[in-house]
Design a protein around this ligand. Structure first.
Ligand code: BAL
Ligand code: ZN
Length: 844
């Protein structure tokens, strides 16, 4: 496959002044007619006229009304064109019903829908399918379906047809079309300038009862973007459609967002608190793209983080405002360490702005999204809230209507704040997670912190230069008072010292407060000092972090030295858990332990080959020890976690249920599942039902409940995804692969549905000890299914290949087994470009 480089960017030779599309829908023979007015682009070098196009059956072509015969290849067409402007017309035929890649125009449960980002539009018609070609689209849809939707505002409709016009120029990746017998949940919103916007959430008949929450989340997002960023919605109508078969979470098509049904449909009976929170965040994310992504888009796909990093940052701000900052920050850091750190520290490591790719779909990664958002968080910390607000105002003012770059983005910050961001820009070009080592000294009332930064080599980048790292620090006196409040130190050199004067005693430092930079902090610290921070740190993130450090060190000692669990730490933690002044959600997070994969990463970094079975055993032992040690406390906590009011998916109730869920998991270790069974039998919402079911399955007492659950929820695809996933996630390591295999033989397992495939195979990959079973059964099962899925859906297959990204960490047996599976995938004749690129990188 061809490699594409950032350095080779060249503008397209023409501008597309307007685009008219007509779709005559038919499942296996949809006709697409295009009429496009092209004009020479004065800013582009001379070039052949090339339009992207893949898997299209050509019917006819004309320029200015005269038939032409372009030269057509697998990737597009070239054609001789007049010197000046001209009107291009083409007609092609496509077969949506045969499109299982879920890219371009396809069908899901009899409904037509599209997914064009990143390069799906070329599977709909011939077009300059690149984000810097922006045009005004008018779309006509002909078909028998009751509902026919596209971008922009409705222009007209009649028996068997509908027309839409989008006045805002957009790239083809934001094009969307939906047609089907859908029903809508309506709403409306009055914008800050007083315009009425019609809102609709379109779903399949039967799903009407799962729309109310999503609609309210949309209204809250619209309001928040006005209040916090001054951004107003710009069309008369905003449509959201729920689709069952969808590769991603959702897509921000202009005025017509298309959502994976799992990311929008929710009712208390069918969705968990975590589902509700995710839905609120994704609706916000897609809505916020209207300005950060659509009105200002990306010049090329290397700039993907320009819209994604910023929009993730904005949706995180929104969730913080809706649900509380401390819990959101901790959850985001857990996620970053769980998904982005392994990526950044393995063969798939790439900069936030990659410099080359073969298949752009492989770069919708945690690095581009989540590290991209962290980079913006650092920028905001460095320039301050006011500087950030000024820079964003300038960004929207200057670049509205543009296809912009990271250089444009950084320039508005430089101009708005006067700050030179030359060095900061390295965050966009250097891959890898920086490590910051800390040493300290105290003499004559002066405390000195010395910080040293180092970023390990990553593929193609053996040497790294120092980055600008904002390190938020606070100092506590030995009695627990804060003597220096949070201060941001700017680490710019490889090694740098910072001093604090006038202290009466050696302070205890609280470093990297709020996780002020996405780095690994290396600091020798005693258990006593960590326990002190757990008891006294005024920064809630670092208080949680102290506990996480203690948990990690306890588990590492259990794994490597067969040590007993650290009871001094457990007593310190108990004091926090008992503190009813603390938010239950925060206490629930305190009860979490580092994941087994995170422990494997820590051991590997310390030169110890991780043994998944030993990690699993230590984690289990620690949990059982906690349960036994806290046997009297657990019933009290369970009582405190009870919600007596009617179900609401808000932060307050969710926090209580999260604490209750953590307590139930411990209690099950003592009572064999009695409390879980009682909760299962009386649950009136999915959060309680599912947490009880997980406990029962984990305790080996789930057979009845699983059968009941299935018969209760058989008709609900989203709930049944939970049934599939939970059994694999909650199974013990010796049976995970067998359980997953049996589920793939279930008549309701459908590999063509990405949610169902991920429910089973994603859960297998996430069950650390189960996936890494020493006989390689987990690896084999996953690889075999990836090979099968690649023939249908390369995009989802390629993303799931990342399950193997840590393969080099393990012992020779497991390494050999994983390598063999990767080589087996690589050797498959006809392997997609997506998966070829992924396995090549993984094996490099
Ligand atoms: N643009 C792809 C889906 C998302 O990030 O919103
Ligand atoms: Zn996005």
């Amino acid at each position: 496959p061809q490699t594409i480089y950032l350095k080779d960017y060249t503008p397209f030779g023409w501008t597309a002044e307007e685009v008219h599309l007509t779709f005559v829908l038919a499942p296996s023979a949809t006709r697409v007619r295009s009429r496009i007015r092209f004009a020479p682009n004065p800013e582009a070098p001379k070039q052949d006229f090339f339009l992207h196009g893949e898997q299209l059956k050509p019917i006819s072509f004309a320029i200015d009304g005269t038939p032409v015969t372009p030269e057509i290849s697998d990737t597009g067409l070239t054609c001789a064109v007049p010197e000046g402007g001209f009107t291009w017309e083409a007609e092609v035929e496509i077969a949506p019903v045969e499109n299982f890649a879920l890219e371009g125009l396809y069908m899901s449960n009899g409904m037509y829908c599209t997914q064009c980002e990143a390069e799906g539009f070329r599977k709909i018609t011939f077009y300059p399918d690149r984000p810097d070609v922006m045009s005004v689209f008018t779309v006509r849809i002909e078909g028998d379906e009751r509902v026919k939707l596209s971008n922009g505002n409705p222009k007209g409709s009649g028996e068997g047809w509908a027309e839409w016009h989008d006045p805002w120029p957009k790239p083809a990746y934001l094009f969307a079309l939906v047609a089907g017998d859908l029903v809508n949940h309506p709403g409306s919103f009055t914008t800050m300038s007083g315009r009425e916007v019609e809102l609709n959430l379109w779903v399949r008949p039967g799903d009407e009862g799962k729309c109310a929450f999503g609609m309210e989340a949309l209204k809250k997002s619209m309001k928040w973007d006005e209040e916090v960023y001054g951004r107003e919605y710009d069309l008369d109508i905003f449509n959201i459609v729920a689709v069952d078969d969808f590769n991603m979470g959702a897509m921000e098509n202009k005025g017509l967002n298309i959502f994976n049904s799992s990311a929008v449909l929710a009712s208390p009976e069918t969705a968990t608190d975590a589902n509700f929170e995710r839905i609120e965040a994704i609706i916000a994310h897609e809505y916020f793209h209207n300005w950060t992504g659509n009105r200002i888009t990306c010049r090329d796909w290397f700039q993907l983080c320009l819209k994604e990093g910023l929009t993730v940052f904005r949706d995180a701000q929104f969730t913080s405002d809706m649900r509380g900052e401390e819990v959101k920050r901790i959850s985001d850091v857990i996620d970053l360490r769980g998904r982005q750190f392994p990526e950044d520290q393995g063969p798939l490591s790439h900069p936030v702005r990659p410099e080359s790719f073969q298949e752009i779909n492989n770069f919708y990664t945690a690095t581009v999204y989540e590290k991209g958002a962290e980079v913006i968080g650092m920028l905001k910390r460095l320039v301050g809230d006011e500087g950030y607000a000024k820079a964003l105002d300038l960004y929207f003012e200057r670049h509205d209507g543009d296809a912009a770059t990271i250089e444009d983005w950084l320039k508005v910050f430089e101009e708005a704040t006067g700050r030179d961001l030359t060095q900061f820009k390295r965050w966009y070009s250097q891959a890898g997670t920086p490590h910051v080592a800390v040493s300290e000294a105290f003499a004559d009332g002066t405390y000195t912190l010395t910080l040293k930064q180092h970023t390990p080599p990553t593929p193609g980048q053996p040497e790294k230069l120092p980055q600008v790292i904002p390190v938020a620090v606070g100092l506590l006196s030995p009695n627990g008072d804060e003597v220096v409040p949070t201060t941001v130190l700017e680490l710019t050199e490889a090694e740098q010292s910072f001093t604090f004067d006038g202290l009466s005693a050696k302070p205890v430092p609280s470093i990297l407060r709020g996780f002020s930079a996405p780095v690994v902090l290396e600091r020798e610290s005693s258990p006593e000092e960590r326990a002190f921070l757990l008891a006294h740190d005024t920064d809630s993130f670092n208080r949680w972090e102290a506990n996480r450090d203690l948990a990690r060190e306890c588990l590492v000692a259990m794994i490597t030295e067969r040590a007993a669990p650290d009871v001094a730490w457990l007593d310190g933690l108990e004091a926090v858990i008992r503190d009813s002044a603390l938010d239950p959600a925060y206490r629930a997070l305190m009860l979490g332990t580092p994941t087994q994969s995170e422990l494997a990463q820590v051991l590997h970094a310390r030169g110890v080959t991780p043994d998944p079975d030993a990690i699993w055993t230590a984690t289990e032992t620690l949990k059982t020890t906690r349960a036994e040690r806290w046997s009297k406390l657990l019933p009290q906590l369970a009582e405190e976690a009870k919600v007596t009011e009617p179900y609401q998916p808000d932060a307050e109730q969710s926090g209580k249920r999260a604490l209750g869920g953590a307590v139930l998991a411990l209690t099950t270790r003592l009572d064999g599942g009695a409390a879980a069974q009682a909760q299962y039998d009386s649950a009136d919402n999915m959060t309680l039902q599912l947490s009880a079911l997980a406990c029962l399955v984990q305790a080996g007492a789930g057979a009845d409940a699983l059968a009941k659950f299935r018969s209760q929820w058989n008709g609900d695809r989203l709930v049944m995804d939970k049934w599939f996933g939970l059994q694999v996630a909650a199974s013990g390591p010796s049976e995970t692969a067998d359980r997953a295999k049996a589920l793939t033989e279930d008549p309701d397992f459908d590999m063509k549905n990405p949610n169902r495939f991920r429910a089973v195979m994603g859960a297998l990959a996430m069950n650390h000890a189960g996936f890494h079973r020493i006989d390689g059964a987990g690896y084999r099962l996953l690889a075999d299914w990836l090979i099968k899925l690649d023939e249908k859906n390369p995009q989802t297959t390629a993303r799931m290949c990342s399950a193997f990204q840590t393969w080099k960490r393990y012992d020779a047996t497991r390494r050999g087994l994983m390598q063999a599976e990767l080589e087996k995938i690589a050797a498959k004749p006809g392997l997609s470009r997506d998966v070829t690129e992924m396995v090549t990188r993984l094996l490099s």
